[in-house]
Ligand binder design. Structure first.
Ligand SMILES: [Zn+2]
Length: 145
């Protein structure tokens, strides 16, 4: 099922550790290396998805756990102070995330959210999840033909 070699895996890990590499870039380049045609930061789509795979009509958001409120994640705990400032600000992020995803879905896009902590902590697992998601999108499309 999973044909990443240990060499590729090692390089993936090295890519994440290398300085200045953001989680979305790490995922993006791993997808490119495994043969997917992907685009970065597509501004023409709602919410500027981090990674877009047009052939799969799929938009992927790589969300920071704190800013986008990853449910149950230790990185998304609220600061102890200034909650009156943080709460509405973060709530607005979540609301606009949902609106963007809704807009994309109603335009026929598949939307996947990947969390920063998953890329940082479980990169290989995350990449496998993305590939399975894409395979399902592909299957849905094929069944409509
Ligand atoms: Zn998280």
């Amino acid at each position: 099922m999973d044909n990443l070699t240990s060499e590729q895996r090692r390089r993936n890990m090295a890519a994440i550790r290398s300085r200045g590499t953001t989680p979305e870039l790490a995922l993006y380049s791993a997808l490119r290396k495994t043969g997917y045609r992907a685009k970065c930061n597509v501004r023409s789509l709602s919410g500027t998805p981090d990674i877009v795979l047009e052939a799969f009509r799929t938009a992927i958001f790589v969300n920071g756990c704190f800013w986008h409120r990853h449910p149950g994640c230790s990185r998304s705990t609220l600061p102890k102070t200034n909650r009156r400032y943080w709460l509405p600000k973060l709530a607005r992020n979540v609301t606009s995330d949902r609106a963007n995803q809704r807009r994309l879905r109603s335009a026929g896009w598949h939307v996947m959210v990947v969390w920063e902590c998953q890329i940082k902590g479980r990169f290989h697992w995350t990449l496998t999840r993305v590939r399975h998601f894409l395979a399902r999108c592909e299957a849905k499309r094929a069944s409509r033909k």
